[in-house]
Design a binder for this molecule. Structure first.
Ligand code: NI
Length: 172
């Protein structure tokens, strides 16, 4: 298991649509292990494979936020089967959009069909934070970031800031 580099916006790969996984094998499990390590190291609660440069439809999450009681979740080829008509708002951030936060409105619940760590088919009825987190991560699989829901002006301001912070500063 190892900690990988997390890609940050602007980056073309983050805008790619991830491809479905044919079979959950050793390679995919190793990828999920690395993703989880990377997510924990960055203090995130969710990570999509494309964020470490692998455009496959894989997500890891742990919304327990408890160091002593880790509750990792793995989603391979997740598909949303049903969305609630009621929405909820959360202040969202993203490991690929460092230090930026914005209130985003999404359906407050959804049913998700997916394969687990062992390739077994599962259905999860998610509510609240879990539902928001899954929808945020599934957006990554389509090349969508939470800043895409903001106004053009707000979004371009954030991207400008991030582009600037990527330059290395020297004082001579
Ligand atoms: Ni994200």
């Amino acid at each position: 298991m190892s900690v990988k580099k997390i890609l940050t916006e602007p980056n073309k790969l983050l805008r790619k649509v991830s491809i479905p996984v044919e079979k959950v094998g050793k390679e995919e499990q190793k990828l999920m292990d690395d993703m989880l390590d990377t997510m924990y190291a960055a203090n995130g609660i969710g990570l999509a494979a494309v964020q470490i440069g692998v455009p496959k439809r894989i997500i890891v999450m742990d919304i327990s936020r408890d160091e002593n009681k880790k509750e990792p979740m793995y989603f391979v080829n997740p598909v949303i089967k049903n969305k609630n008509s009621e929405n909820s708002k959360y202040e969202e951030g993203c490991l690929s959009v460092p230090n930026q936060f914005a209130e985003i409105e999404r359906p407050n619940g959804c049913d998700v069909e997916f394969l687990d760590y062992y390739g077994k088919k599962k259905l999860l009825k998610a509510y609240g934070l879990l539902a928001t987190c899954i929808q945020h991560e599934m957006d990554h699989l389509e090349g969508i970031l939470f800043i895409d829901y903001l106004s053009k002006l707000k979004k371009s301001m954030i991207i400008k800031k991030l582009s600037k912070s990527k330059l290395s500063r020297i004082v001579v």
